[in-house]
Each structure stands twice: as structure tokens, then as C-alpha cells.
Design a protein around this ligand. Sequence first.
Ligand SMILES: CC(=O)N[C@@H](CCC[C@H](N)C(=O)O)C(=O)O
Length: 375
Amino acid sequence: MNPLIKIRRDLHQIPELGFQEFKTQAYLLDYIQSLPQDRILIKKWKTGLIVKINGLKPAKTIGYRTDIDGLPIEEDTELPFSSAHEARMHACGHDFHMTIALGVLTHFVRNPINDDLLFIFQPAEEGPGGAEPMLKSEEMQEWMPDFIFALHIAPEYPVGTIALKEGLLFANTSELFIDLKGKGGHAARPHETNDMVIAACTLVTQLQTIISRNVDPLDSAVITVGKISGGTVQNIIAEKARLEGTIRTLSPESMKKVRHRIDALVKGIETGFECEAVIDYGSMYHQVYNTETVTREFINCVDQDPEINVIECTEAMTGEDFGYMLKEIPGLMFWLGVDSTFGLHHAKLNPNEAAIDVAIKVMTRYITFKGNHSI
Ligand SMILES: CC(=O)N[C@@H](CCC[C@H](N)C(=O)O)C(=O)O
């Protein structure tokens, strides 16, 4: 078996949530330490790693980032190498992302180029967000790259496809948690209670009016409530309810506006249902914005490979804390076609492993070009 496929399958079996990636970190470290060490420097940052490969005549540092965390999903693929961790799954392709990063890193350990390379194995992309604190850390500040690159698997594209665009690629995100507290009581005596199940359902419906009535129809935004919980049993009126969701917008300004409207509607629920509400916006991710000049250079370079189909896509409402890195450092992110019937965050996601070699070919070609040129 191709050793990288074995690595992908090993990593697939040990998904861990953000900042709990202990086994993952140990696995990555073991592999990197098994390579010839003469050009490699390694630093740990929390559950992540930062790995520098010294170049031959360095004029700059080229960064490549992969995320390393999994999701709280029970896998349902029936693959022989399914997750060994209960209710945890690499359902967003970070097992692919890590394997590709290791493949690219291995290539440049064996085939050094002029520039220094920095491989960033970043924890907690799915939440609460590792990119921003990692970027600010002493460890990273000492080794800040001049350019930064990353990819994300795309189940909707065939293997061999690379999709990207200049400028905005991924949305601004904010998590959303709302706790409601009223007065519970007997199911047969609603007039003596403030029912938080009714308040929560009303609020979920009202939140959608922000998208249809407050966001400019030529702009775009999403509010998804992914989880509602409340109450205790079927014949007790619920004293408490909780909504958990996420907000997506195409600009930081729209995010402010949407949050402002959420604050107002929640105040209305407090008044109307005579209850208490607490809003927590959790973690927020800055949009992913691809540097125009770098994107054009990347497309020109990669497009020369007849086996790669580079297409221009539209922006997506997915979020990525890699946006924080691109806010500070020029670079780009692209979608890598992996051809899966089931999409990201689905328990049956099954990306085609042939895409791993495609991505390694694309990244080694471009980094070799960039790392042997002066800018
Ligand atoms: C690529 C991808 O699926 N990213 C996640 C990022 C989640 C950010 C945060 N936890 C949130 O839910 O707002 C996504 O859901 O887009």
C-alpha cells in the first residue's frame, strides 16, 4: 500500500476534538522524526506542531498550513479503517489535509529548494479556533512565513479538480448560543408558566427573518440553528431551552448587522415571554480572502499540468480560521476535488484517496517554483 494511504487511514482512526489532539500530535511527530533530521527544526504549540525545513539559499519562508482536529460525529461509512473513537470523526477531511502536508514536507526534506519552508499543523479549526492564537504565539512570531498556503477537500468536485478564486473564498463566521430561562410547571397548567420550548421555537423562526428582511437581497447570509435542547419530560412545561447555531456573512460589516438584529430579537423574546435570555457568540472566524497576485501566479503555474483541471469557483458560506492567517500573510486557499457522494460534516463522507497524490503534485510543483524564485 502507498505509505501515504496508510498514514491517512491511521489518522482517520484517531479523530480528536479541538485542543485535544494528543494522539494526532504524537503520530505526526513520530512520522516527522523518522525523516532525515539535518534540515528539520520542530516546535510544539499546544496540541499542534510547527516544522521548519531549512532551504539551501533562503531569501524567504513559504508556509503551508493543515488543520488537525476532527468533529463530534459518529462515523457511518462502514469502512474497515473507520474511526476508533466513539462519536468522533474526520468528517471535514482534516485526515486528508494532514496526510497531504506530510507528503509535501517529505518531498522537500528529500528535495530541498532555496527558500525555507514552514509546515503548520494547526489544532482546533472546527472550534474554538486555533489559527488566531497560534499566529500570535511566540513560537510562530519567531518563524513568521512570507507567504502561506492551504487547501480544503471538496466532495462535490471530481479528483483532479482544483477550484479557487481571487479575493473572497470563504465567509465570516460566528458561533451562536442562546440560553432561555422562564418558568416551568405542569403540562396541564400552561397559564402558570413561561414555556421556553415555545419561546425557543418562536425565536428560531424569527431569526430566519433576519436573512429575508434585514440582509440586503444582493448580499448573502446564513443563520443555522443546528441544535435545540430544552425541557425534561413530555408532561412538564420547559423552564429552560438552548439554541446552538452559526452565522455566516460575506463581509465583517454584515456580521455586525446580523448580530445587532439577533440582539434585538432576543430582547423581544425576553419581553414577550417574560423570560431571561443570555447570548454567547462563541468563536468568530475572519473571512478567507485569497491574495489576488499570488492566486494568479498559482493558477498560471498549476494550469500547466495537463492532468489538473483548474476551475474558478464562487465564494462559499463555509468558514475557516485560516482566514486569520491570510489576513496577516499573503497567500491562498483552494478546494481540492475528492469526489464523495456525501458532503462535508456528513457521517458517510468518503473522499477518494487518489486526490492525495494530486494535491501533493500541485503543491510541490508550485512551492518548487515559488521557492526557487526571488519573490
Ligand atoms: C470548512 C468547514 O466546514 N469549517 C467549519 C468552521 C466552523 C466554525 C465555527 N465552529 C462555526 O460553526 O461558526 C464550518 O462549519 O464552516
